[in-house]
Each structure stands twice: as C-alpha cells, then as structure tokens.
Design a protein. Structure first.
Length: 409
C-alpha cells in the first residue's frame, strides 16, 4: 500500500515525456476544485437564507406552541393545560385566538387573519423589534380596543400606520343562517382603533394578512368564552427546547400537539431543505463530469508508463499493486482538488459574510447574500469529492486493468 502510494505521488509530480499529461492533470485538479468551491458556496448560501428566515420568524413565532390535535379551539382552563403555567421551564405563558375576518377601512376591504393576544404578548418574543411607527403597543384601554396590523395589510387598506377612522371587523356568526335578503345579519361587526404601530416580518404570510388585537375582543367577536386556538410559551433561559417540548407533549397526551419554531414553519423550511438537497445533487453530478478529466489523465499516464509497468512486473509486482498505483493517482488528484476548492470556498464565504461582496439590491430584506458556513457541510463536500473521485477512477481502472496490463507484459 505504501509502495503504491509513493509511486503514484512520484508519477503525479514528476515531469512526463508528453506535456499534455501534466496539463490534463492540472485541468483535472482545477475542475474538481471549482466544483468543490461551488458546493461549499451554494450550501453556505442556503444556510444563510435558513438562518435569515429563522431570525425573521423568531420575532413573531413563540418557542413552543400548544394547539388542539383536532378542531380549531380548546379551553385554556383545561386541567391539563393550567399546571404548565407554574413549570420552572416556562417563563411566559400566553394564549391566543386566530380566525379569518374581513377588514374594512373607509371604502377598502380585504380578508385577513385576526390574532387575539394577551397583554403579555410582547414578552413572548422580540416582536417589538419589528414594530414601525410611533405609538403604544398596548392593545386595550378602558374604553377602546386597538389594532396592530401587518405593514402589507396597511398598504392594502391604504390606511397608513396611524389611521384616523377605525377599522371595521366583520366576523361570521357561528351557526347563523345566511339570509339572502340581508346577508349582513350573518356577520358580527366590531371596530378597532389605531395604536400608531404596525409590524413587518418581511414575510407575506404575516405582513399581508395578520392583524393583532386584544384576546377578549377576538373571543367576543367569535362568541367564545375561554376558548383559544393556541397557548404560546417562552422558555426560561438555558432550557432545552426539545426536552421541554417532549415533556409537555407527554403531559398533555394525544388531545394536543406541541410545535417548536421549525415545526410551526415546517412547510417553508422543508422547501428550503429540498432546494438545498437538489442543488447538492446537481452540483455533485457536475463534479462527477469534472472527474472524467481524471480518467483521461490516468489513461494517458498508463500508456506513458508502459515501460515502468513491464519493469515492475519483472520485479514481481502483481497486477493489483500496479492498478493501485493509478488508483491512488486518481485519489491524489481528487484530494488536491477537494482541498483547494474547499479552502477557496470557505475564504469566499468568509469574505461575503464580512464584506458583502455580492449584493442583492435595495429591494430585498438584506443588502448582500447571507452565508453561513457549517462544519458538517464542509465535511460532506470533502467526502463527496473523494467518493465521486473513487467512482470515477475505480470503474475504468478495474475494467481496463487486465487488458492494459496484459498488453504491456
């Protein structure tokens, strides 16, 4: 094994009689290096977008969300739910109620999702970091209820962040029969006043449709007493989210489901994972194509070293030893290409991360493409290059070994 590796190393770096072999070997290393660089950069960009999405959702979604396994609502005073408030792992316990409504401002109207929240909703997440405007985040006073709409909803209604006239909210009355003569009787109407603030998560599903309001207001609007659609939790500092989620799920039983932030946005993150996987597979295929240069380089090297092969045979070397020489030759080329490509890829990602070399333009959430280097991705790229290099080299050497070595005996 050591002899095969030593000879392969000498063959790679020694001068050949035909300069084309050196050129093809250099092209092989460059091709693998560029494919490795592309893999590292592409995976890092997907990681950057993943982290960006996570940071945006963090401001709106709670760490853990308890909802009913079936049906839209459940009683917040359920004896299985109430004890969770006193758990040491739970820092903030806040109920919410969501449902669809129609919102009207002057002559404009649109469908929206109203979310009733408790007074401690600000403590649940860092939602105050996405508030825009000048006002009080308090949603209820002695005489009025206030709205905190998404910025996209504000734009659709044309109300402005600090609207003068109140928003009129229409909600269907449960179990009410719709009269064709007067359809309005099937809807309950209420008004919400401007808090002077609006939020912007930079996600259409929130900004264009969500409207925050006091929980008692929404419960009254839909004719509920203590029913809610979710209980939202912020955990104490240092608590393990997965362990706490499992403990809550075991305590509540099958009637409830407990989701962390990733599970609350499972569709979005699953799409990103699929896109990342397909990008990885596509670039791995390009890497496999680049490895065909290695096959050409080794094939020419076999012809170049016919005399050396005959000499090794005369000295008692086996066909397996000689084939390993050229197998190691391909591995060394793949290894060098992987190392060069990964190093360059990591350097480019670090430059992008700190200097923002590639801009996304002014219409995006961030100025430059976000990148995040993950150790596992770097290891995965390195292993992929070696495995693909092995596949590209082993098959032709295995097939050509008998014919080429016999020809040179």
């Amino acid at each position: 094994m050591k002899l095969s590796f030593y000879i392969a190393k000498r063959y790679l770096f020694s001068k050949k009689s035909h300069n084309a072999i050196n050129i093809i070997s250099a092209i092989s290393v460059c091709g693998i290096a560029f494919a490795s660089l592309a893999l590292v950069c592409t995976l890092s960009v997907f990681n950057g977008f993943h982290d960006l999405m996570e940071s945006l959702f963090t401001a709106f979604d709670p760490e853990l969300k308890i909802s009913a396994a079936s049906g839209k609502v459940f009683d917040v005073n359920d004896p299985r739910i109430v004890p969770i408030k006193s758990w040491s792992e739970v820092a903030v316990f806040s109920a919410s109620l969501e449902d669809n409504v129609m919102v009207q401002y002057k002559d404009r109207q649109t469908m929206a999702t109203i979310k009733g929240v408790e007074e401690n909703y600000e403590q649940l997440t860092t939602i105050d970091s996405i508030f825009y405007g000048k006002g009080d985040p308090c949603l209820h006073t002695e005489h009025f209820d206030y709205a905190l709409p998404g910025m996209g909803l504000v734009s659709t209604l044309g109300s402005g962040v600090r609207f003068v006239d109140p928003l009129t909210i229409y909600a269907p009355i449960r179990d009410a029969k719709i009269s064709m003569n007067n359809p309005a009787t099937a809807f309950r109407k209420a008004k919400l006043y401007s808090s002077g603030l609006a939020f912007m998560v930079n996600q259409e599903q929130y900004d264009n449709t969500y409207l925050l309001a006091p929980l008692p207001f929404v419960q009254k609007l839909f004719d509920y007493d203590t029913q809610v659609s979710a209980v939202n939790l912020r955990l104490s500092e240092g608590c393990d989210v997965d362990k706490t989620r499992k403990r809550i799920a075991d305590t509540l039983g099958t009637g409830f489901v407990v989701h962390d932030r990733f599970e609350q946005q499972a569709e979005t993150f699953n799409v990103m994972k699929i896109e990342k996987l397909f990008s990885y597979l596509f670039l791995s295929f390009i890497l496999f194509i680049a490895c065909f240069n290695v096959i050409s380089s080794i094939s020419m090297l076999v012809l170049e070293k016919r005399d050396d092969i005959n000499t090794l045979h005369d000295m008692g070397a086996s066909d397996q030893l000689i084939s390993r020489i050229f197998l190691f030759e391909g591995w060394i080329i793949s290894f060098l290409g992987a190392v060069v490509g990964i190093v360059l890829g990591v350097v480019l990602c670090l430059l992008q991360q700190h200097l923002g070399l590639v801009s996304m333009g002014s219409d995006f959430i961030v100025d430059a493409y976000p990148v995040s280097i993950r150790t596992w991705d770097v290891i995965c790229v390195f292993v992929t290059v070696l495995v693909v290099g092995l596949m590209a080299v082993w098959i032709p050497i295995h097939r050509l070994r008998n014919s080429l070595l016999s020809f040179n005996k």
